[in-house]
Ligand binder design. Structure first.
Ligand code: BV8
Ligand code: ZN
Length: 255
């Protein structure tokens, strides 16, 4: 399975879905969900912290964790993988980017309105009345090892403000999920990048594309449960493999 084969599929495609997970931001210095947590959170499991129960039990711990992540993400820059995806969008207008990531590195790389299935670190809201909250001033400035941080109070009802992300056990934003499923069902190529494909319903997206007959290209250094539905498995880091792939595109985009 070579980049050449993947490039041939990309050259023929007119309606591409690029589906991304934490791995596409790894080379920007952002830990993936598989990576063990550090500092104050070292003794916690990300999946346990990213829940409404954890926030209810200890709002300052969870809010501190998200402000720590917003600090790291704020200092990160898009890598060559994000940039290559924006180039695919530029070269193939019918491209839709669907991400599980809560960072804004796709946007910073030039992607136009990627679909965020799991929300964003930049859309805080009230944990009770759900009204949008004023995002904290400037990039986070949390200590390297993190700290507990009391969440601000909602200006409307006084309840704690929470991060605008989708926690485990919570429903995904309906419009985002529907748009992602529709794009996957309609695409003529799906590229899945840097996801372990174990979190649902997001992991359904590549499977919908395959079910509707589209070839699927996977970019991941490791095998995943998605291997079997993939036409081409490119075992490598996104910031190395994706730039090679876009080199095959017509000159305007690739250079
Ligand atoms: C819900 C936001 C119900 C928060 C996230 C069906 C079967 C089994 C379980 C379930 C099911 N349906 C639902 C569930 C439960 C659960 C779930 O899927 N559990 C799993 C873990 C078993 N799903 C939910 O709870 C969902 N909600 O079902 O609600 C409902 C319905 C209606 C009404 C009420 C309720 C909500 C799930 C969303 C949770 N929020 N994120 C935050 O970020 O803090 S999920 C979060 O984890 C990420 O967004 C992402 O989706 C996931 C991590 O996965 P990846 O992104 O793939 O990252 P990971 O670290 O796992 O892997 C990285 C990969 O990159 C690896 O493969 C690695 O090899 C690769 N890599 C590393 N370096 C590179 C690289 N690749 C390329 N280049 C590199 N350099
Ligand atoms: Zn409120």
């Amino acid at each position: 399975m070579t980049v050449r084969e993947a490039a041939d599929l990309l050259l023929k495609a007119r309606k591409v879905v690029v589906f991304t997970g934490a791995g596409v931001s790894a080379e920007s210095g952002i830990p993936t969900f598989r990576d063990a947590l550090t500092g104050l959170w070292a003794r916690f499991d990300a999946q346990a912290l990213a829940t409404p129960e954890a926030f209810a039990a200890d709002p300052a711990l969870v809010y501190g964790w998200y402000e720590w992540r917003r600090t790291i993400v704020g200092r990160a820059r898009p890598n060559a993988g994000h940039t290559a995806i924006a180039k695919i969008e530029a070269a193939i207008p019918g491209t839709v980017v669907v991400t599980q990531n809560v960072d804004a590195l796709h946007e910073q790389a030039g992607s136009v309105s990627p679909i965020h299935l799991h929300g964003s670190l930049y859309a805080p809201r009230c944990s009770s009345c759900a009204k949008p909250a004023t995002p904290p001033e400037g990039p986070g400035d949390e200590p390297a090892d993190g700290r507990r941080l009391t969440p601000p109070a909602c200006e409307h009802c006084g309840a704690p403000v929470r991060p605008g992300v989708v926690w485990f056990g919570e429903a995904l934003p309906v419009d985002a999920l529907e748009a992602a499923v529709a794009a996957a069902a309609d695409c003529d190529l799906l590229i899945t990048v840097g996801t372990s494909g174990v979190v649902y319903p997001a992991a359904e997206i590549p499977q919908v594309a395959a079910r509707f007959g589209a070839p699927v290209i996977q970019v991941n250094p490791m095998p995943t449960p998605l291997d079997d539905i993939c036409t081409v498995n490119l075992r490598g880091p996104a910031a190395e493999v994706l730039p090679e792939l876009v080199l095959s595109l017509p000159s305007t985009a690739a250079r």
